[in-house]
Design a protein around this ligand. Structure first.
Ligand SMILES: Nc1ncnc2c1ncn2[C@@H]1O[C@H](COP(=O)(O)OP(=O)(O)OP(=O)(O)O)[C@@H](O)[C@H]1O
Ligand SMILES: [Mg+2]
Length: 243
């Protein structure tokens, strides 16, 4: 259980008025829109600490999620310096993977999770080689980027052409071929057991993991509570300073 070093009010002392406003918003989503080095991490870590110190959220029910390992490490340090050693701060991917490891066996007769691929290039490379003519030399990264673009917008193969046309987006290969690849990619993932929201590299959280019964590309995060930068909805002016 985390023990805060500072009482709730002390956590506000050295914040500017906009930072304080964001920290005091202990419920509901808040988005911090501010430039580099203007105190975003400071606000999120303080908001987490303040919500705990003021009794709004139990420390063991807070999950702080970040996008990169570096940001997660920084967040852990900040939370530690506020006395919050027990609060979980990690990347979306690391957390999704830990949930998968935790829940998978109980739902699959005690088996370990499927093998994780470090990259989707293996699948996409194979699919690309099946493309006609020179398209078979399309870099897998271009295909992966386009799939990520689609997935980030919840665009599926069936709706891809319409959506790409609507925003005048040029696929890396002719649209009908791309839809075919995208569909094949989705089917390949389903055959291999699980595929979640994003299709990006599984990153350091998702190393190859025995089992050999298929692969997991990305899995969705089941929940993110309090202090999450993704869930924040507070608009803060870009202060553009580094103090
Ligand atoms: N109100 C403040 N008073 C004093 N120092 C502050 C204040 N706000 C932020 N800082 C300091 O400014 C520096 C940058 O803050 P922080 O790392 O939180 O910014 P950031 O917006 O997350 O930066 P980045 O864009 O690099 O992620 C830190 O040293 C932080 O302690
Ligand atoms: Mg930061």
């Amino acid at each position: 259980m985390a023990t805060l070093l500072a009482p709730a009010d002390r956590l506000l002392d050295d914040l500017d008025p906009e930072q304080r406003e964001a920290v005091l918003a202990t419920s509901g989503p808040v988005a911090i829109l501010a430039g580099a080095g203007t105190g975003k991490t400071r606000v999120i870590s303080r908001r987490t600490a303040y919500a705990i110190a003021s009794g709004v959220v139990p420390a063991d029910q807070v999950l702080v999620v970040t996008f990169t390992d570096k940001a997660a490490g920084e967040m852990v340090e900040r939370l530690r310096s506020l006395g919050l050693r027990g609060v979980t701060a990690r990347t979306f991917h690391a957390h999704a993977l830990s949930q998968l490891r935790h829940f998978w066996p109980s739902r699959h007769d005690g088996q370990a999770i499927p093998q994780l691929l470090d990259s989707k290039a293996l699948i996409l490379g194979r699919l690309a080689r099946g493309l006609p003519g020179h398209y078979r030399f399309t870099p897998t990264k271009d295909l992966a980027d386009e799939i990520e673009w689609a997935k980030a917008r919840r665009v599926v193969p069936r709706t891809y052409l319409e959506e790409a046309g609507r925003v005048r987006r040029e696929p890396p290969i002719p649209g009908d071929l791309f839809v075919r690849i995208f569909g094949d990619y989705e089917r390949a993932n389903r055959r291999r057991v699980v595929c979640g929201g994003s299709t990006g590299s599984t990153g350091s959280a998702a190393r190859s993991h025995g089992g050999g019964r298929g692969h997991v590309d990305h899995v969705p995060v089941a929940g993110a509570v309090g202090g999450s930068s993704a869930g924040l909805r507070h608009r803060s002016r870009d202060r553009g300073r580094r103090s």
